[in-house]
Design a protein around this ligand. Structure first.
Ligand SMILES: [Zn+2]
Length: 266
Protein backbone atom coordinates (compact mmCIF):
# COMPACT_ATOMS: atom_id res chain seq x y z
CA UNK A 1 0.00 0.00 0.00
CA UNK A 2 1.53 3.28 -1.02
CA UNK A 3 1.14 6.61 0.71
CA UNK A 4 -1.69 7.76 -1.53
CA UNK A 5 -3.70 4.57 -0.91
CA UNK A 6 -3.36 4.89 2.84
CA UNK A 7 -4.48 8.50 2.65
CA UNK A 8 -7.52 7.37 0.63
CA UNK A 9 -8.38 4.70 3.18
CA UNK A 10 -8.17 7.22 6.01
CA UNK A 11 -10.31 9.65 4.01
CA UNK A 12 -12.92 6.96 3.28
CA UNK A 13 -13.05 6.02 6.97
CA UNK A 14 -13.48 9.67 7.87
CA UNK A 15 -16.31 10.08 5.37
CA UNK A 16 -18.09 6.97 6.69
CA UNK A 17 -17.72 8.28 10.25
CA UNK A 18 -19.01 11.68 9.20
CA UNK A 19 -22.08 10.18 7.51
CA UNK A 20 -22.78 8.05 10.60
CA UNK A 21 -22.52 11.13 12.80
CA UNK A 22 -24.82 13.14 10.55
CA UNK A 23 -27.46 10.41 10.53
CA UNK A 24 -27.22 10.06 14.32
CA UNK A 25 -27.47 13.81 14.76
CA UNK A 26 -30.56 14.00 12.53
CA UNK A 27 -32.21 11.09 14.31
CA UNK A 28 -31.54 12.77 17.62
CA UNK A 29 -32.60 16.07 16.10
CA UNK A 30 -36.08 14.95 15.25
CA UNK A 31 -37.36 11.61 16.47
CA UNK A 32 -40.79 12.19 14.90
CA UNK A 33 -41.00 11.61 11.18
CA UNK A 34 -44.17 13.67 10.80
CA UNK A 35 -42.90 16.69 12.74
CA UNK A 36 -42.96 20.16 11.23
CA UNK A 37 -39.17 20.43 11.56
CA UNK A 38 -36.86 23.28 10.70
CA UNK A 39 -36.54 23.48 6.94
CA UNK A 40 -33.36 25.53 6.73
CA UNK A 41 -30.91 27.69 8.61
CA UNK A 42 -30.48 31.24 7.42
CA UNK A 43 -27.28 32.97 8.43
CA UNK A 44 -27.97 36.65 8.95
CA UNK A 45 -25.02 38.97 8.45
CA UNK A 46 -25.74 42.36 10.07
CA UNK A 47 -23.62 44.03 7.39
CA UNK A 48 -26.08 42.83 4.72
CA UNK A 49 -29.21 42.91 6.87
CA UNK A 50 -28.74 45.68 9.48
CA UNK A 51 -32.50 46.12 10.00
CA UNK A 52 -35.22 43.67 9.07
CA UNK A 53 -38.98 43.49 9.40
CA UNK A 54 -41.40 45.42 7.20
CA UNK A 55 -43.47 46.71 10.10
CA UNK A 56 -40.55 49.01 10.98
CA UNK A 57 -38.07 48.95 8.11
CA UNK A 58 -38.02 48.85 4.31
CA UNK A 59 -36.10 45.57 4.24
CA UNK A 60 -36.79 42.09 5.56
CA UNK A 61 -35.13 38.69 5.47
CA UNK A 62 -34.86 36.88 2.14
CA UNK A 63 -37.62 34.35 2.72
CA UNK A 64 -39.40 32.28 0.11
CA UNK A 65 -43.16 31.97 -0.08
CA UNK A 66 -44.48 29.87 2.84
CA UNK A 67 -41.30 30.39 4.90
CA UNK A 68 -41.67 31.79 8.41
CA UNK A 69 -39.21 32.80 11.11
CA UNK A 70 -40.59 32.39 14.63
CA UNK A 71 -39.51 34.94 17.23
CA UNK A 72 -40.44 35.26 20.90
CA UNK A 73 -39.94 38.38 23.00
CA UNK A 74 -39.77 39.33 26.67
CA UNK A 75 -38.70 36.03 28.24
CA UNK A 76 -37.45 34.03 29.82
CA UNK A 77 -40.49 33.40 31.99
CA UNK A 78 -40.37 29.86 33.44
CA UNK A 79 -44.02 28.71 33.27
CA UNK A 80 -44.76 29.94 29.76
CA UNK A 81 -41.31 29.79 28.16
CA UNK A 82 -40.90 26.15 29.18
CA UNK A 83 -44.26 25.26 27.61
CA UNK A 84 -43.26 26.97 24.38
CA UNK A 85 -39.89 25.21 24.38
CA UNK A 86 -41.68 21.88 24.79
CA UNK A 87 -44.01 22.64 21.86
CA UNK A 88 -41.10 23.69 19.64
CA UNK A 89 -39.06 20.66 20.66
CA UNK A 90 -41.91 18.27 19.88
CA UNK A 91 -42.04 19.65 16.33
CA UNK A 92 -38.23 20.02 16.03
CA UNK A 93 -38.68 23.70 15.33
CA UNK A 94 -35.97 26.25 16.05
CA UNK A 95 -36.86 29.82 16.93
CA UNK A 96 -35.29 33.06 18.17
CA UNK A 97 -35.82 34.42 21.67
CA UNK A 98 -35.23 38.12 22.36
CA UNK A 99 -34.54 38.13 26.08
CA UNK A 100 -34.97 40.77 28.74
CA UNK A 101 -31.70 41.00 30.66
CA UNK A 102 -33.17 41.15 34.13
CA UNK A 103 -35.30 38.06 33.46
CA UNK A 104 -32.22 36.31 32.07
CA UNK A 105 -30.32 37.19 35.23
CA UNK A 106 -33.13 35.72 37.35
CA UNK A 107 -33.49 32.57 35.22
CA UNK A 108 -30.04 31.70 33.85
CA UNK A 109 -30.80 27.98 33.65
CA UNK A 110 -33.74 28.65 31.37
CA UNK A 111 -31.56 30.86 29.16
CA UNK A 112 -29.07 28.03 28.87
CA UNK A 113 -31.91 25.61 28.10
CA UNK A 114 -33.11 27.87 25.26
CA UNK A 115 -29.61 27.85 23.78
CA UNK A 116 -29.01 24.15 24.47
CA UNK A 117 -32.19 23.27 22.58
CA UNK A 118 -30.71 24.98 19.55
CA UNK A 119 -32.63 28.24 19.54
CA UNK A 120 -31.07 31.61 18.82
CA UNK A 121 -30.74 34.06 21.71
CA UNK A 122 -31.19 37.71 20.79
CA UNK A 123 -31.38 40.75 23.04
CA UNK A 124 -34.22 43.01 24.12
CA UNK A 125 -32.66 45.43 26.69
CA UNK A 126 -32.23 45.09 30.46
CA UNK A 127 -35.69 46.12 31.66
CA UNK A 128 -37.83 46.65 28.56
CA UNK A 129 -37.65 50.43 28.68
CA UNK A 130 -39.07 52.49 25.84
CA UNK A 131 -35.71 53.69 24.52
CA UNK A 132 -37.31 56.58 22.66
CA UNK A 133 -38.47 58.09 25.94
CA UNK A 134 -35.13 58.10 27.78
CA UNK A 135 -31.80 59.80 27.10
CA UNK A 136 -29.43 58.35 24.54
CA UNK A 137 -26.94 57.48 27.30
CA UNK A 138 -29.61 55.74 29.37
CA UNK A 139 -30.80 53.86 26.29
CA UNK A 140 -27.28 52.64 25.52
CA UNK A 141 -26.99 51.48 29.12
CA UNK A 142 -30.27 49.55 28.75
CA UNK A 143 -28.96 47.86 25.62
CA UNK A 144 -25.52 47.03 27.02
CA UNK A 145 -26.75 45.90 30.41
CA UNK A 146 -29.28 43.62 28.74
CA UNK A 147 -26.66 42.08 26.48
CA UNK A 148 -24.29 41.64 29.43
CA UNK A 149 -26.96 39.88 31.51
CA UNK A 150 -27.90 37.55 28.65
CA UNK A 151 -24.23 36.74 28.01
CA UNK A 152 -23.64 36.14 31.72
CA UNK A 153 -26.57 33.72 31.84
CA UNK A 154 -25.35 31.95 28.69
CA UNK A 155 -21.63 31.79 29.23
CA UNK A 156 -20.92 32.97 32.78
CA UNK A 157 -19.13 35.97 31.33
CA UNK A 158 -20.60 39.44 30.98
CA UNK A 159 -19.74 41.74 28.12
CA UNK A 160 -21.44 44.18 25.82
CA UNK A 161 -20.39 42.25 22.71
CA UNK A 162 -23.17 39.76 22.05
CA UNK A 163 -22.43 36.21 20.93
CA UNK A 164 -25.42 36.56 18.63
CA UNK A 165 -25.61 40.17 17.41
CA UNK A 166 -29.40 40.32 17.11
CA UNK A 167 -31.40 42.99 18.92
CA UNK A 168 -35.03 44.01 19.05
CA UNK A 169 -36.26 47.34 20.41
CA UNK A 170 -38.98 47.14 23.07
CA UNK A 171 -42.25 48.38 21.50
CA UNK A 172 -40.23 48.67 18.23
CA UNK A 173 -39.35 52.17 19.42
CA UNK A 174 -35.95 53.14 18.04
CA UNK A 175 -34.12 56.40 17.40
CA UNK A 176 -31.85 57.20 14.45
CA UNK A 177 -28.87 57.58 16.82
CA UNK A 178 -29.45 54.15 18.38
CA UNK A 179 -29.99 52.52 14.98
CA UNK A 180 -26.70 54.02 13.79
CA UNK A 181 -24.91 52.89 16.92
CA UNK A 182 -26.14 49.30 16.62
CA UNK A 183 -25.22 49.22 12.95
CA UNK A 184 -21.72 50.51 13.73
CA UNK A 185 -21.37 47.74 16.30
CA UNK A 186 -22.46 45.09 13.81
CA UNK A 187 -25.71 44.28 15.60
CA UNK A 188 -28.72 43.47 13.41
CA UNK A 189 -32.00 45.06 14.48
CA UNK A 190 -35.02 42.79 14.17
CA UNK A 191 -38.44 44.27 13.65
CA UNK A 192 -41.18 41.89 12.51
CA UNK A 193 -43.25 41.33 9.38
CA UNK A 194 -46.39 40.55 11.38
CA UNK A 195 -47.39 39.53 14.88
CA UNK A 196 -49.87 37.70 17.03
CA UNK A 197 -50.99 40.84 18.93
CA UNK A 198 -50.68 38.62 21.99
CA UNK A 199 -50.28 41.64 24.25
CA UNK A 200 -54.06 41.86 23.92
CA UNK A 201 -56.13 39.65 26.13
CA UNK A 202 -57.73 36.84 24.13
CA UNK A 203 -58.32 33.12 24.35
CA UNK A 204 -55.80 30.70 22.82
CA UNK A 205 -58.44 29.87 20.19
CA UNK A 206 -58.85 33.53 19.25
CA UNK A 207 -55.10 33.99 19.04
CA UNK A 208 -54.71 30.90 16.87
CA UNK A 209 -57.35 32.20 14.47
CA UNK A 210 -55.79 35.66 14.39
CA UNK A 211 -52.23 34.50 13.77
CA UNK A 212 -53.12 31.79 11.26
CA UNK A 213 -55.14 34.37 9.30
CA UNK A 214 -52.14 36.71 9.35
CA UNK A 215 -49.73 33.96 8.25
CA UNK A 216 -52.09 33.18 5.38
CA UNK A 217 -52.40 36.84 4.40
CA UNK A 218 -48.66 37.54 4.53
CA UNK A 219 -47.61 34.20 3.02
CA UNK A 220 -44.18 34.41 4.67
CA UNK A 221 -42.21 36.49 7.13
CA UNK A 222 -40.82 37.12 10.59
CA UNK A 223 -43.55 36.42 13.15
CA UNK A 224 -43.53 37.96 16.61
CA UNK A 225 -44.93 36.25 19.71
CA UNK A 226 -44.33 36.80 23.41
CA UNK A 227 -43.21 33.73 25.30
CA UNK A 228 -44.41 35.40 28.50
CA UNK A 229 -48.06 35.05 27.47
CA UNK A 230 -50.07 32.07 28.70
CA UNK A 231 -52.43 32.20 25.71
CA UNK A 232 -49.45 32.01 23.32
CA UNK A 233 -47.98 29.06 25.21
CA UNK A 234 -51.38 27.35 25.18
CA UNK A 235 -51.95 27.70 21.43
CA UNK A 236 -48.37 27.00 20.27
CA UNK A 237 -48.86 23.24 19.65
CA UNK A 238 -51.96 23.99 17.54
CA UNK A 239 -50.22 26.81 15.70
CA UNK A 240 -47.30 24.54 14.77
CA UNK A 241 -49.82 21.94 13.60
CA UNK A 242 -51.48 24.61 11.48
CA UNK A 243 -48.12 25.44 9.88
CA UNK A 244 -47.42 21.77 9.16
CA UNK A 245 -50.85 21.01 7.72
CA UNK A 246 -50.70 24.07 5.50
CA UNK A 247 -47.19 23.37 4.22
CA UNK A 248 -45.40 26.28 5.83
CA UNK A 249 -41.68 25.87 6.47
CA UNK A 250 -39.83 27.21 9.48
CA UNK A 251 -36.51 28.95 8.87
CA UNK A 252 -34.06 29.27 11.75
CA UNK A 253 -31.99 32.46 11.78
CA UNK A 254 -28.47 32.35 13.18
CA UNK A 255 -25.55 34.72 13.35
CA UNK A 256 -22.52 34.30 11.15
CA UNK A 257 -20.32 32.97 13.94
CA UNK A 258 -17.75 30.36 12.98
CA UNK A 259 -18.01 27.04 14.78
CA UNK A 260 -21.60 27.50 15.87
CA UNK A 261 -22.98 23.98 15.88
CA UNK A 262 -26.54 24.98 14.94
CA UNK A 263 -25.32 26.16 11.53
CA UNK A 264 -24.53 22.60 10.51
CA UNK A 265 -28.11 21.49 10.80
CA UNK A 266 -29.71 21.26 7.36
ZN1 LIG B 1 -40.87 43.31 24.26
Amino acid sequence: MNGRESVLIVLKAAIVALIACTVAAQAEECPRQDALGTSRVLTVDPATYPRVGVQSFPQTLPLEDHEVVLTFDDGPNPPTTSKILAALSRECVRATFFLIGQSAATNPQLVRRIAAEGHTVGHHTWAHADLKKISNAAAIEQIDRGIAADEMALHGKAGSTPTTPFFRFPYFESTPALLDLLQSRGIAVFGADFWASDWNKMTPEQELKLISDRVKAAGKGIVLFHDTKAQTAAMMPDFLRYLRENHYRVVHVVAAAPGKSVQRIP
